[in-house]
Write a protein that binds this ligand. Structure first.
Ligand code: SIN
Length: 284
């Protein structure tokens, strides 16, 4: 006899994301963990609140999604845990312990790589009482609302993504990069319309930050189209806003979402998040 396995959930949006209720990840059994992963794949994003995770707990959780990915700015990983990256405005012994405002601006993670990360996990260690929300845009829902004519126009377009462009143009944390980082992060091309490998759904996989242009299109026309598309996919009907509490875990699927961090008063408050990535595959 098989028994239906069910954990309580509540939707984040009508057709996107779920909050998983009453699961303690450090004590949950294998069956519960498998269900959490299934819910992630089925819904594109999951939230679990009130977790109390050590670095080892985070590693064992992320391993269930796939192979953890490395981080480009290795100076902000936690000692002994190269796959756990700190996002923070905290300074210890005169040195920043994390990248501050690293995720502000609509983007999808690691899109400057030939195989961008499949998912991103954020764990809230310290959060300001206001600001610093994380916003997720459902790119499949955005694509689904396009007319067939518009889909056909956008379908052949290919985006030029560039790490160097990202680092030289972003609003926060603009920086010169070493020759080694230039060599290990050559420019890449990705489709504008991305197919989700699990279910074949299409996402309007536009982004800012790493996107330098559109192949075969004049710079100004490409810039205008990207701005227009980013404005469209980030319309509030497609966006989930996560308001952080300490102990929250948010995981999203980068193959079908765009996300951004938001600002907070960093003269008054501290934010410390642990970020983990899971390897992905080549977009098509
Ligand atoms: C990110 O873009 O990876 C982080 C977003 C955030 O800090 O809210």
């Amino acid at each position: 006899m098989t028994v239906d396995f069910k954990i309580q959930t509540r939707p984040l949006m009508a057709d996107f994301g779920v909050e998983i209720l009453d699961v303690n990840l450090t004590t949950a059994d294998d069956e519960t963990h498998a269900e959490v992963i299934r819910l992630f794949h089925e819904n594109g994003a999951i939230v679990l609140r009130g977790q109390d995770m050590t670095a080892d707990d985070l590693m064992s959780f992320v391993n269930q999604f796939g192979e953890p990915e490395d981080h480009t700015q290795t100076q902000f990983t936690i000692p002994g845990y190269p796959k756990i990256f700190c996002l923070s405005n905290k300074v210890e012994d005169g040195k920043p312990i994390g990248a501050h405002n690293d995720g502000v601006g609509w983007h999808t993670d690691y899109s400057y790589k030939a195989e961008p990360v499949m998912c991103t996990m954020l764990y809230a260690v310290e959060v300001p009482p206001e600001g610093s929300d994380t916003l997720l845009a459902d790119l499949c829902a955005a694509y689904d609302t396009l007319t067939d004519e518009r889909k056909a126009e956008l379908d052949p377009l290919v985006l030029h993504h560039s790490y160097q462009h990202l680092m030289s143009s972003r609003q926060f944390g603009r920086m010169e990069i070493s020759d080694e980082l230039k060599a290990t992060n050559p420019d890449v091309l990705h489709p504008l319309i991305r197919t989700h490998p699990a279910d074949g759904r299409k996402a309007l996989w536009v982004s800012t930050g790493t996107v330098k242009g559109i192949v075969g299109m004049e710079d100004k026309a490409a810039e205008d189209l990207i701005e227009d598309l980013v404005g469209f996919v980030t319309d509030e009907r497609f966006v989930y806003r996560h308001k952080w509490q300490v102990g929250d875990i948010l995981v999203w699927d980068n193959r079908c979402t765009l996300h951004t961090g938001t600002l907070f008063d960093d003269t008054k408050f501290v934010r410390l998040m642990h970020r983990l990535w899971v390897r992905g595959d080549k977009p098509y």
